[in-house]
Design a protein around this ligand. Structure first.
Ligand code: FES
Length: 141
């Protein structure tokens, strides 16, 4: 089978799908090659992400990846959200086909873009490097 049960489940029943009117941070990212676009909204209270919503105009793997990513950062601190790697998303999804890995990268980038927007809106200083794709302070491999 090409896709894991977890991927199929998140594709069919995406978690936290939709719009957030009073978001504290919004991230929009796209992949120029496939043309897919992902939008991520976060609500932040005392440094904790209390709510997440997403909209993805893209493939099934992108929908499953963003759905999984929202579940993984909900209730976590901003720092933990910044640490979310596409690899962790793929692991949680129990794998993605090689040519679909970039869909999970889009999810990581969308989370980072939303956090960055939150920082910008609140005048919080940050280290640019923390937002570089593939940057993870606590990568244990
Ligand atoms: Fe581009 Fe999935 S094919 S995000």
């Amino acid at each position: 089978m090409l896709y894991s049960e977890v991927v199929m489940d998140h594709f069919r029943n995406p978690r936290n799908l939709g719009k957030m009117e009073d978001a504290d941070g919004i991230g929009v990212v796209g992949n120029a090659k496939c043309g897919d676009i992902m939008k991520m909204y976060i609500k932040v209270e005392d440094g904790i992400i209390t709510d997440v919503k997403f909209n993805t105009f893209g493939c099934g793997s992108a929908i499953a990846s963003s759905s999984m990513a929202t579940e993984m950062i909900k209730g976590k601190s901003i720092d933990e959200a910044l640490d979310l790697s596409n690899k962790a998303v793929v692991e949680a999804l129990e794998g993605l086909p090689t040519h679909k890995i970039h869909c999970s990268v889009l999810a990581e980038e969308a989370v980072k873009a939303a956090v960055k927007d939150y920082y910008d809106k609140n005048g919080i200083a940050y280290n640019e490097a923390d937002f570089a794709p593939g940057h993870h302070d606590h990568d244990h491999n």
